[in-house]
Design a protein around this ligand. Sequence first.
Ligand code: C5P
Length: 219
Amino acid sequence: FAPKQLAGRRVLITAGPTFEPIDPVRGITNLSSGKMGYAIARAARAAGAEVTLVSGPTALDAPHGVRRIAVQTAQQMHDAVMAQVPGQDVFIAVAAVADWRVANASAQKLKKTGDGDVPQLQFEQNPDILAAVAAIATQAGRPYCVGFAAESENLLQYGEEKRRRKNIPLLVGNIGHQTFGRDENELVLFDEHGAVQVPRAGKQELAQRLVAEIARRIS
Ligand code: C5P
């Protein structure tokens, strides 16, 4: 049995994509299976934590012993996270949140017209959930914040930049962008001491390694 490194800790995780409606039957979304976030939720639970998983639409079952709050849009994910964040020790933002939502979404299904006219979509920016949690004043009890980055190139340079810009102690980089829906992944951890590589492994094993790294940093 693994030691219960997170016994008595509360961990909040976002996972999966968000879905931003265009009309009742259409929308825009990001590529994310949710596997990495769900694996981390499972690993945190196995390490003894009380885990809340705020999840966009995925095909995955809620991990055993994990409280799942299902959401669709980035705004709903933001609102659920902000409602849950008081009292959390760790926040891990794994979700692939849509950066924009459709400002002029239609309540009725948009009709195809015979003359080839296409709908004109307008976008507005979604809230940055990780930045919102990282901005909570420490006296108010900000959790230890962990972010993810999926850069296609120059990860080593952009990773540390992103960690500083997001004002978070730990940023996890996915190496390459071949990870979507796969069971394997390769990570780089950026913290104030630099970058450490976690070699290619199954997502569940990587999740355990990451949970151990987080537990070590907050102990
Ligand atoms: O800036 P970028 O989207 O690359 O940052 C990725 C990190 O920020 C991930 O941890 C992701 O879950 C989080 N994020 C968020 N809310 C957004 C956009 C990204 O929490 N609107």
